[in-house]
Ligand binder design. Sequence first.
Ligand SMILES: Nc1ncnc2c1ncn2[C@@H]1O[C@H](COP(=O)(O)OP(=O)(O)OP(=O)(O)O)[C@@H](O)[C@H]1O
Ligand SMILES: [Mg+2]
Length: 260
Amino acid sequence: MVATKSPYYRAIGKEEEVFRSAYKCKLPLLLKGPTGCGKTRLVEKMANELSTRLVQVVCNEDTSATDLLGRYLLKGGDTIWQEGPVTRAVREGHFLYLDEIAEAREDVVVLLHSLSDHRRQLFLDRSHESIAAPDAFQLIISFNPGYQTRMRRLKPSTRQRFVSLELSYPPVEIETEILAAETGANLSLCKSLAQLALRIRNMSELQLDETVSTRLLVNTALLIKQGLAPRLSADVGIVQALTDDLEVAQPLKDLVSLHL
Ligand SMILES: Nc1ncnc2c1ncn2[C@@H]1O[C@H](COP(=O)(O)OP(=O)(O)OP(=O)(O)O)[C@@H](O)[C@H]1O
Ligand SMILES: [Mg+2]
């Protein structure tokens, strides 16, 4: 759906500029960055700005090319073609956002090759058809580099087809602004949460799988604004979301007490 109201996205660097240029050059984009840092929101904002529909697919290890392209189904004795989200996005010229692409099966990555280079074509083996992407079509894929040690990596032949944009968590001033805009909570609370996040992000000795995201701060600010006690909000909104280990939770709780 093309949203009428522009989604709120606060740029942290030149990501919007890069996005617009890639779109004009018909180059596919790879967004890399940790969870909850604004990747999806950026894509939503740009789709709205460029008046394009957004088709989003979150990939997992079971995601196959057939799921994305489409499949023949038997219906009342007839065989009908059920179009998949990728085929539809290419045919109709939408934004196609494939989230967590590194998790998908190899055949998904392969199908992207002709779509992500100068050919801009999708080959449908089953119907022996080739669809040329209209100018408006934009392919965006994302992955979270933090997971990469445990998971398959994208091959260089895939990576090098994409303009790569790295996103990360914003500095305190900008994160404060985002929290205030997203939640309507007062500025001093938003600033305290952003400062708390900075401290947690700098505590590499905690060896968290993922550190505190802007998403967790938004959730916590909402709980506090709604009337839940600030430290309890941060415990359920941040600490418990980051770890199940008591020895890790304690220093996090201590930090929360310092800031809230
Ligand atoms: N730059 C930003 N501008 C506005 N809101 C932001 C920004 N960054 C993060 N947010 C807030 O954080 C939330 C999470 O952002 P988003 O869903 O875009 O993260 P993501 O990078 O796509 O995460 P994931 O990898 O888990 O899908 C948003 O719903 C929004 O409230
Ligand atoms: Mg996302």
